[in-house]
Design a protein around this ligand. Structure first.
Ligand SMILES: [Fe+2]
Length: 134
């Protein structure tokens, strides 16, 4: 079952919370489609949309953290780089091998892991600097 965004996941920034909720929505949408089987067209649309959304979200979040001099800014930026690298690897595998249950599951686990480990831990650093230089 998809993880549902809850108030306790809030980083005390309405814009970033909204963007994170959108990422949770991406996972829920993927899981919904996995029930009936993800096809090539869906996978292509999903990866494209996720890539565009993620890049703009990461950029936004990095600017906010830097502006507020968040202690976790550098760690956050480094993890974003790693997440984009992992995303690119899934995309490259899809381009090279096409769709497979294995790849869909890999994408799912990657996204779920990211939501749990990155947003709920690293991005939480925003709470410590939420009111600085707003
Ligand atoms: Fe982040």
């Amino acid at each position: 079952m998809a993880i549902v965004w809850r108030e306790e996941y809030s980083v005390d920034d309405p814009d970033i919370d909204e963007q994170h909720q959108q990422l949770f929505q991406y996972l829920a949408d993927l899981e919904e489609n996995m029930k009936s089987g993800v096809d090539d067209a869906y996978m292509r649309r999903f990866l494209t949309a996720l890539g565009i959304y993620t890049r703009s979200h990461f950029c936004f979040e990095e600017i906010i953290m830097r502006r507020r001099a968040c202690p976790t800014a550098a760690k956050n930026k480094k993890q974003h780089k790693e997440l984009l690298k992992a995303y690119s690897q899934v995309l490259q595998r899809f381009e090279a091998e096409g769709i497979s249950d294995d790849l869909v599951q890999e994408l799912h686990d990657f996204l779920k892991n990211w939501l749990i480990h990155h947003i709920l831990h690293t991005d939480m650093g925003l709470r410590d600097c939420a009111n600085v230089n707003k």
